[in-house]
Design a protein around this ligand. Structure first.
Ligand SMILES: [Zn+2]
Ligand SMILES: [Zn+2]
Ligand SMILES: [Zn+2]
Ligand SMILES: [Zn+2]
Ligand SMILES: [Zn+2]
Length: 325
């Protein structure tokens, strides 16, 4: 009896030992992953792997992406407000929206609300044909409409003149330059407008010589102050010396004896004093011209005097003729 009890106890101990040993040392052997639940676009899916003992391992499968349709415009955009586009998931019905940008205004051709003048800008107003929005644009001033003007400064041969023009619309005035007239030469290189004589050097530089207004009567006085003889100078011209020196000129005199105190039949030279001034009024040379010996009423032509070593190319000179005593 006692033996059988001990034997039963030992058997029980052995049984539990085997059970315990078999469970404690077992290493799970998980098999292939199998999909237990397919993922959708709203819920995760599930993977499972099981051991023969019934123990299982699981893993989540991430949600699928929504599959949105092409969308419908639920609010049309206008030129003042943005619109809305709504997309729906074809699988789960989930929706999302997107803002549609404002449309551009569609402006009309505009109307001029303020006409521009030559003093003020104008205004043009455009209206949006969709929403009535208004925008304005400046119109540039108009051009003045000037008259023919009046001359305020007459031009000369070498200096420009001035004209004042007046706008016929607003009265605004504008100065306008008038070109110099240019010289008007006669056969002797004397300008008929300003009376100046021009000589060209061999280097084509210009020397300007102002000849006195002619005809002019010159008298030769005696020591006692009475007139000995008179002559009328009718023409004067100048040229460079025959050698073409650039600093000396020949001055030619033409005229007629008009009086001789010794009597009309008496022959003697007419004498003409002359002075040459530069443009700063310095006397650069002077002299006395003696004509041929002539009677009253007789003429002399192109008799000459020299102005020596006093002419600078480009210079401007003035010749004066004077009485002598
Ligand atoms: Zn197991
Ligand atoms: Zn969905
Ligand atoms: Zn608009
Ligand atoms: Zn004007
Ligand atoms: Zn001139």
């Amino acid at each position: 009896m006692k033996n059988s009890k001990i034997s039963l106890l030992l058997t029980a101990i052995l049984f539990f030992t085997v059970i315990l040993a078999s469970c404690g040392t077992h290493i799970h052997e998980f098999g292939e992953w199998t999909t237990v639940k397919e993922p959708t676009c709203t819920e995760e899916g599930l993977l499972e792997s099981r051991c023969y003992c019934g123990e299982a391992e699981t893993e989540n499968i991430p949600k699928k992406e929504h599959v949105f349709d092409d969308g419908v415009i639920t609010t049309e955009p206008t030129c003042t407000e943005s619109g809305v586009m709504q997309y729906t998931c074809t699988l789960c019905g989930e929706t999302k929206t997107e803002i549609l940008p404002n449309k551009e205004h569609v402006f009309d051709d505009g109307v001029i609300t303020i006409e521009p003048t030559c003093t003020e800008k104008g205004t043009k107003q455009y209206t949006c044909t969709l929403c009535g929005e208004i925008k304005t644009e400046n119109l540039p001033k108009k051009e003045h409409v000037f008259d023919d003007g009046i001359i305020t400064t007459e031009p000369t041969c070498i200096k420009s003149g001035n004209k004042k023009l007046t706008c016929l619309l607003c009265g605004a005035t504008m100065d306008q330059n008038i070109k110099p007239l240019g010289h008007d030469f006669d056969a002797n290189n004397v300008c008929e407008t300003c009376g100046k004589t021009f000589l060209k050097t061999k280097n084509s530089q210009i020397v300007e010589i102002t000849i006195p207004k002619l005809p002019k009567t010159i008298s030769d006085y005696k020591y006692n102050g009475t007139v000995d003889s008179s002559c009328k100078v009718t023409a004067i011209s100048c040229e460079f010396l025959a050698s073409y020196s650039e600093d000396s000129i020949k001055i030619f005199f033409t005229g007629e004896k008009t009086y001789d105190s010794d009597g009309a039949g008496q022959s003697s030279s007419c004498r003409i004093g002359w002075k040459l001034y530069d443009d700063e009024d310095y006397v650069v040379d002077s002299g006395t011209f003696y004509s041929e010996s002539i009677k009253t009423g007789e003429k002399f032509k192109n008799g000459y005097s020299y102005a020596s070593d006093c002419i600078e190319p480009g210079g401007s000179y003035r010749l004066e003729i004077l009485d002598v005593n």
